[in-house]
Ligand binder design. Structure first.
Ligand SMILES: NC(=O)c1ccc[n+]([C@@H]2O[C@H](COP(=O)([O-])OP(=O)(O)OC[C@H]3O[C@@H](n4cnc5c(N)ncnc54)[C@H](OP(=O)(O)O)[C@@H]3O)[C@@H](O)[C@H]2O)c1
Length: 319
């Protein structure tokens, strides 16, 4: 189960490298050099999908990733996103217009220091651009070679189901999925199987909560999104409820070495969604090596069933 064939013929590993943290922003203490070393380790140990976006660190994630990959571009599958913009006050707005797509793509290519992007994702729906106009634009970018394929992120599954099958370059869809939030499993698997798309799960560790290292006593820096109301899973009562589940997972991991809490959480997603790739955010090589282990390490059916039971105890959570 270690690899996934993409439709452009490249085989990628099933655990992907999330690089929002490489943007250096909003994730608490970040050692950029440690992440860059992890990128270096990754390219020497497989063909990994690197997930970035033009808005991560306002372009810094793409720039740093491009620099870190400069000698190993052909051994990396780069996924970047467009459509999240900032106005003059720094407020976010969404823009999926074909004109903006054209400009955003060239800027991403420049920052990433490459002449093609393996996967170009529409980051969020803007609820105004007609999707056929956007997809025509993406098809033309594919035909001129700047992108190899494209997809959508955070779109409704109904929309994705309707769009899939008509557009030759439309190959991926992405949204949050983890053992706190897995209600859409059947629908996602159905789209993958019947429409031939690959699913990119993000939030697989629920922003680190499912690594098992946080407790009631944990505090987060003000420069860390987990200190604010924007991270639902880390807020008030919900956080305490989530921790109860994390402690059950920790107990399970302790009884089944060498599994760690993070590895059980990642394995759960890989098993529940066989046509998916799990994007896990990385702060250094140690986290990365721990996170990729589940893609090759088999899990016993009893242990998997126990993880599923823990997941079923949860209410719907947001990532
Ligand atoms: N398409 C979209 O709209 C979208 C949205 C969000 C994210 N993403 C992508 O998904 C990636 C993942 O981000 P996420 O928000 O989804 O978070 P996540 O992967 O659930 O959690 C990532 C965080 O967990 C901690 N962590 C990772 N591995 C660990 C390990 N082995 N042991 C202990 N802690 C570990 C790290 O933070 P600490 O060490 O600080 O705890 C890391 O920053 C992002 O980098 C981005 O590329 C995409």
């Amino acid at each position: 189960m270690g690899k996934l064939a993409t439709l452009s013929g490249v085989e990628i590993e099933r655990v992907a490298f999330g690089t929002e943290q490489l943007g250096g922003y909003d994730w608490g203490a970040i050692d950029l050099e440690a992440i860059e070393l992890a990128v270096d380790f990754a390219v020497n140990n497989g063909c990994f999908l690197f997930d970035t976006a033009d808005c991560y660190g306002k372009g810094e994630s793409e720039k740093r990733l491009g620099k870190a990959l400069c000698n190993s571009r052909s051994n990396a599958f780069i996924a970047t996103k467009f459509g999240v913009r900032f106005d003059e006050h720094g407020s976010v707005f969404y823009d999926n217009s074909p004109d903006y797509c054209e400009r955003a793509l060239d800027s991403s290519l420049e920052r990433l220091n490459t002449d093609y992007i393996d996967l170009y994702l529409v980051h969020w729906p803007d609820r105004k651009t007609p999707l056929h106009r956007l997809f025509e634009k993406l098809e033309s970018c594919r035909e001129d070679g700047r992108i190899r394929c494209y997809g959508v992120s955070n779109f409704s599954l109904d929309k994705i189901d309707n769009l899939a099958g008509y557009w030759p370059g439309f190959k991926f869809f992405s949204m949050g999925f983890n053992l706190l939030n897995c209600n859409e499993k059947l629908r996602i698997n159905d789209i993958c199987l019947n429409k031939g798309l690959i699913f990119l799960a993000y939030g697989v560790l629920a922003q680190g909560l499912l690594s098992g290292k946080y407790s009631e006593k944990s505090t987060f820096d003000t420069c860390d999104r987990r200190s604010r109301g924007t991270s639902e899973n880390f807020k008030g009562e919900k956080y305490l409820e989530n921790l109860k589940l994390v402690y059950k997972l920790r107990h399970l991991a302790q009884k089944h070495p060498p599994w760690s809490v993070a590895q059980l959480a990642i394995k759960f997603v890989l098993e529940e969604l066989p046509h998916s790739c799990s994007v896990v955010g990385v702060k250094g090589r140690q986290q990365f090596t721990e996170n990729i282990e589940p893609s090759t390490c088999p899990i016993g059916s009893d242990l998997l069933e126990q993880v599923r039971c823990i997941s079923q105890l949860t209410q719907v959570a947001t990532v």
